[in-house]
Ligand binder design. Structure first.
Ligand code: PMP
Ligand code: GLN
Length: 403
């Protein structure tokens, strides 16, 4: 256990916002976005699209606001949305989810993650994540007083070493938190690895939390929800949200699905974090989830093409590029340009060349930060012209360094 005086400090430290000497930062996303705004840089840092999702869904939300959808929604979510989430899990993954008690709607995936971790982690329990890890996992584990154990994902393919994964489990392991497709590396996890995780979770009797917010954003590979594997459903909470799939990151409507007793636990905690959220958005999200299958595949294909535009730009700028299989993000190594610290470079880049990116080290503990020291994450959920312009600006990094 840490030596911090208050839970909030453990939470901030869990997401690398609080140094041992006590200085407090904001999230790296906020820090870099602020720098991008200040220097009018192209923001390939924080993961949000520069084009909103379809107008038809916005219109539904707008009608809700100008009509009568302005009071609390039911705590678990409006019935139409819970049904739509259930239908979506059936249509895409052949999963049977009871909308009455196996779904809870949350304030974004962030709340579902926090509620799930707070629901199940006692002080001193161990929670395993891969590393780099999305910042909110470390924050929620810290708040719960858990011990955060990590398993490294290393370039070039960002797949874990199975022996390292096995040895991360112990009799104290309570949860394993998975993010597939994976932010920030853009990797995806295949059936063999997922089956190994299920087997380990069964052997150590722990719960799996699977954050699948990028479930529809894969390029040339199919997403496999871990809950579809034999033996997994009973111990898995699957989390997703509206933000990434439909390009509405500001709506903050998310959900968790799983067996009734796990969902009831999440709902119990969620009730006292937000109670309910986004009444007017919920019918719009229900409609979006029912969109034609072509909507989902067209968006993924288009996004995959844009990832390639940026990949080529980063390569032309002299970086080593690790092409993603999914998500909004691409990882590139700035070492070939002569930079040995991506965190320092990320703080300078908005002013230096007018482009912002996120260093991978901020998604890591100390050892992982060292391993990822020269890696930078760039978001490609932007218009092609912007990605091309960003690539041109990035090519100046060579000139600057060589100057
Ligand atoms: N998990 C991951 C891996 C993410 O990248 C994000 C950012 N969208 C979230 C969770 C949070 O999702 P939301 O905005 O729906 O809270
Ligand atoms: N998920 C977004 C990203 O990884 C950030 C969301 C946030 O700012 N918390 O860029």
């Amino acid at each position: 256990m840490s030596s911090f005086e208050f839970p909030w400090q453990r939470m901030a430290a869990g997401a690398n916002l609080l140094s041992p000497t006590g200085s407090l930062g904001v999230t790296i996303f906020e820090e870099i976005t602020n720098l991008a705004v200040k220097h009018q840089a192209i923001n390939l840092g924080q993961g949000f699209p520069d084009t909103d999702g379809p107008q038809v869904f916005k219109d539904i939300a707008a009608r809700g606001v100008s009509g009568d959808l302005n009071q609390y929604a039911p705590g678990a979510g409006i019935p139409a949305l819970r049904q739509a989430i259930s239908d979506h899990q059936k249509r895409f993954y052949d999963l049977d989810v009871n909308p009455a008690n196996e779904v809870v709607v949350t304030t974004g995936a962030t709340e579902a993650i926090a509620a799930a971790i707070l629901a199940f982690v006692n002080p001193g329990d161990e929670v395993i994540t891969f590393e780099p890890f999305y910042d909110s996992y470390g924050a929620a584990i810290g708040l719960a007083g858990g011990t955060h154990k990590t398993v490294a994902l290393n370039a070039p393919d960002f797949q874990p070493d199975i022996e390292a994964l096995r040895s991360a489990f112990s009799e104290r392991t309570r949860l394993v938190v998975l993010n597939n497709p994976h932010n920030p590396t853009g990797t995806t996890f295949g059936k063999k690895l997922l089956a190994e995780i299920v087997a380990l979770a069964m052997a150590h009797d722990c719960i799996i939390i699977s954050d699948e917010v990028y479930e529809h954003l894969t390029f040339g590979v199919s997403h496999i929800p871990i809950a579809t594997l034999p033996g997994a459903w009973d111990r898995t909470l699957t989390i997703s949200s509206t933000g990434k799939t439909f390009s509405f990151t500001g709506w903050k409507v998310g959900w968790a699905t799983g067996p009734a007793e796990l969902v009831a636990a999440v709902r119990s905690v969620k009730q006292f974090l937000s109670y309910s959220s986004g009444t007017a958005f919920q019918p719009a999200v229900a409609e979006a989830l029912a969109a034609d299958t072509g909507f989902f595949s067209d968006f993924a294909n288009d996004l995959g093409e844009r990832s390639e535009v940026l990949a080529q730009g980063l390569e032309a700028a002299g970086m080593t590029v690790y092409r993603p299989q999914g998500t909004y993000f691409i990882v590139a190594d700035v070492a070939p340009l002569g930079f040995d610290n991506a965190l320092e470079l990320a703080r300078q880049m908005p002013e230096m060349i007018g482009v912002a990116g996120i260093p991978l080290s901020v998604f890591c503990h100390e050892d992982g930060a060292e391993r990822t020291r020269t890696l930078m994450r760039f978001a490609f959920c932007k218009k092609r012209e912007l990605l091309t312009e960003a690539s041109q600006r990035l090519s100046k990094l060579v000139a600057r360094h060589g100057a």
